[in-house]
Every structure is written in structure tokens, then in C-alpha cells.
Design a binder for this molecule. Sequence first.
Ligand code: ATP
Ligand code: MG
Length: 569
Amino acid sequence: MKMRMNNIFVPTLRSTPGEAEIASHKLLLRAGFIRRSSAGVYTYLPLAYRVLEKIKNIVRDEMNKAGGQEVMLPIIQPAELWMETGRWHVYGDEMFRLKDRHGRDFCLGPTHEEIITDLVRGEVNSYRQLPILLYQIQNKYRDERRPRFGLMRGREFIMKDLYSFDVNEEALDVSYQKMYQAYTNIFTRCGLNFRPVEADSGAIGGNVTHEFMVLAESGEATIVYCDECNYAANVEIAPCKPSIKAEIKEDLREKVKVHTPDVKTINEVAEFLEVKPEKCIKTLFYKADEELIVVLIRGDRTINEIKVQKVHPCYNLELASEEEIKNITGALPGSVGPIGLKNIKIYADLEIEHIINGVCGANEDDYHYINVNATDYQVEGYYDLRLIEMDDKCPKCNGQLQSARGIEVGQVFKLGTKYSESLKAKFLDVNGKEKPIHMGCYGIGVSRTLAAAVEQHNDENGIIWPKAIAPYLVTVIPVNNKDSQQMEYAEKIYTELQAKGIEVILDDRNERAGVKFKDADLIGFPIRITVGKKAIEEGIVEYKLRKESTVEEISMAEAIKKVVEFSQS
Ligand code: ATP
Ligand code: MG
């Protein structure tokens, strides 16, 4: 079949639709790859479809090499299974729920641990049947609070998810390592600059987990890494040591209540009382599911809510409202502190214990205490609750930390026996003893990977596809369609490239050359071959790589040779 711009459906746009905020979203709309159907739900047009197929094929190839077998699990899942693991309620509003005509509850699969564990518990009963690695590439449904950035955070999106079933922890380690390696291969083959990082296991559970981050400024995640060792982690979990300045020890003084009119923020308080923010105790009230809790952190630090959820396990953690705070303390958020608080759990960051003669709100509007010390209030304990900063040292080697932004394109988890216990997926071991299966789960956001590739590879003119996932490798552009000799020449190049198995498109549209060049750059074909007057007169064409600005004038035969070399490099 002839691939001509005239008959493929690529509705490019001259201007950027207002809804788009980041480069990949803008470019995918403008270059005619995607169209929005409803919030977080998109149609993939022919060019995007080709890219997705390429990503999927790379994923498939690596999954199969690692011993994975492809299956297709149901999208519609019965509530009963999710009740067995307790996640029917945990998932909350993020789950798309529906009822059948008999009133039975179902959901659209946000993930497939329940379904696949149900399958395996019914079929596996002996160690001889393990390990099993099953995967699928399929739509997932999550009613995200903030669907945004186009394909990055959709409500319907494509995921590859593999689940591993093993006899014990050591065997699970083997599966995990295989998947880790396969993921490394996949993102390398896709031509992406990425980094695996230690991560939080969130609602899925388990403890060992890594996220694969495509490095890009617009990424929602922040990662820290160390060049002196190989440490790399999502800031959500990077552990912090208290930084204690070796200053001259002050004598503990008696606390004193002072009038602090109209000062509310930590900086205002610190300035008014002439102390450093690091001497101030920031007192935060949170609603952890239905319970109010207090978290104390140094005034110059940022709270890490993931860490708070580790010490006070809850599904939903959000800052309490002014009213809720006033009800408990009698004061507004600008004047609250831990002294005298009763019937509420107070968790303090490790550094709080080392504040000598510090400052905190007095639970009375416009009043603070000075000379506050750890003996003045009661806490549940001191924990690591803050966000790591660049002046912290590498948790592994004490080296200098660096930070970067990343897009999470994949995550691998060791689940252990979490799901096999709750769903009773057991097997008989060599000695005939019943044991729970050790599980792992491994996801790749296929549609997000497409967007991440664009986010990482673009310039002011458009997308610059890494060649392994480009919709077509080459576009052949005749400068003047009306010149039948140019058209003939272009057709010839096009036909020869196709015969060599190169994915090529012929821009045979009746447009000015400038328009075709603009579209070629916007769409991002890795190679452009231009056929103009010189082709007819001297047999010379223009050969240009999308990622470089230089144009080479070479013979048709050379151009074809170069394309083939490029495709194999
Ligand atoms: P996030 O933290 O970004 O919400 P997640 O950790 O909840 O993602 P996982 O359950 O680990 O996601 O899903 C596996 C992969 O699926 C992710 O690494 C990501 O690439 C992709 N993914 C998750 N949610 C979305 C989404 N709403 N839209 C597109 N891709 C997604
Ligand atoms: Mg994840």
C-alpha cells in the first residue's frame, strides 16, 4: 500500500489549542496524533497508533524474552474480588464503577492484581507449575482527580502489566531482576533518557519498588540522585538525617508567651521575634481519613506527606480546614503550636527534638511562645517526616546530591504475599506443605511513554522522534508537485526505500514546499529527503536529519544508502 500524505489522516493544526499546557500535549494535538474525546480520554489517530504499536512491540519482545506470556484479562471486573482484598473501598473515587442489569457491582479495571490472582489461585496448586509470568497490554481506567497534560495523566490509558508468581522470596527476586532488566532494555530501545529510582509502594503495597523515570523538566516527579554512588530515589521516599549545627550549646530557658500581632507565616514570626526560621516549630494539622493529627516540622523545611502516611497509616491525608483547627486549638493556623494540645496525636520530625529555645504558636490568636523546648509538649515520637533538600547528603554514601524532574513511565513492585494471602492463592511446596505464592507486579504506561518521548524530544518546530518509535522513518518531499519529473523522481526514491523495508511516506500534497517542510518538522520524521530542481538537472537530492540543522546534497543512491545505514545504526 502506498503511504502518501494525501491519503493518510493527519489533521495538523496551525495554532495550538488552548487546553494544552506542556510541549508534548500541544505537539501531539498540533501534529495530528491525538484528539480529546472527554477529560482524560483520547482518540489515537493513525500516526499515534503507529507509534503505540512500535512501543508495544518493543515491550512485547522484551517481556517474551524475559519469560512473560501474553494474555488478555477482562476490563470489567466484579466487585466481590475487590472486596476480598479490601480494595473496593480503598480505591475510592478513582475507580470507575458500574452496575449490570441485575444490580451487581462491577468496576472498569484500574489495575489487575485481583483478577489475575483469582485466575492463578484456581489453576495453580503445585510448585511444579511455578514460576508463571503473565502480561497484557490493555486499556486501564482511573478516574483521576486531575486528568491533565494529554496522554500523561489520562482517565483511560494503555498499560502493559505483568504479574509474576513464584515459590518464595528468592525466586521472586529473580523475576524482579528480570523485569528490572527488561524495563531498562525497553526504555533504552525506545531512545529515552531515563533513570530507575527507588520509590514509594503507595496503595498497591509491598515494599521493594522502583520507578522508571524519563527525565524531563515538565515531569511531575522530583528525583534525587548521587553521582558519587549509584543512589537514585523519588524524593517521596528519600530518607533524611537531621542536620544539627555544631553551634555552642545554649542553656535551656523557661518558655514565655509573647504578643505577636499580625504575624502569621513562619517568616513573619521569625522576623518579628528575630530568630531564624529553623528555630520555629511549624505545626501542621492534617485530616487522616476521619482523624485529626498534628505534624511538627522545622520552619525552614517542607513536609513529606508520604512519610507522614508511613508513620500514621491512612488512605487519605489532607490539610485540615481553618475551622477544624480553630475547634481544636481555639486559634487560627498562624498561631498554633503543640503546647497544651490534648487528645490528638502529635508526630514530630527528627529535627524538632534538637530545637533549643525555639518558637511556636500559643494556641491563642496573635500569641507565640519563645524558649520552647522538647520537654514543653508531648509527642508520639520523632520520625523522618520532611522532604529531602539539596544540602542534605546522599543517604547511601554521604556524597553531594543532585536533583532532576521525571515522568514515571514504569514501575516494578515486589508484592510478596500481600495478594496471595488475602485471595488465598496457595500451592504445595516440594514437601507437600501449603505456602502462599510470592507475587510481583510490573507496569508500563504505554500511552504515557509516547507522550514522554515527545516531552523529551522536541524543539520549537515540533517533535523529534527517536527512530525506533517514529511513525515513519523518512518523508520524501517533492518541492514542486506540478513538475512531473520531480514527482517521478520522488516516487522512485519512495518506491526504492519501501522495497528495502524502510517506513517511508511520500508528501504528494498540492501544498507549497514551505508548508510541507513545516509539517515534516512538526510531525517529526527522523529523516527528510527533498527532491527539487537539482534532482532533475544533476541527480542531487537534499538529505536532512530532523535532529540536526545541516542539509546534505547527495545523489539519490547515496541518500538511499544513508537511510538504510541510519535505520540499522
Ligand atoms: P501516578 O503516580 O503517575 O499516578 P501510578 O504510580 O498510580 O502513577 P502505576 O499503578 O504504577 O501508576 O501504573 C503503572 C504505569 O502506568 C505508571 O508507571 C504510568 O506510566 C502509567 N500510568 C499510571 N496512571 C496513568 C494515567 N492516569 N495516565 C497514563 N498513564 C498512567
Ligand atoms: Mg506507579
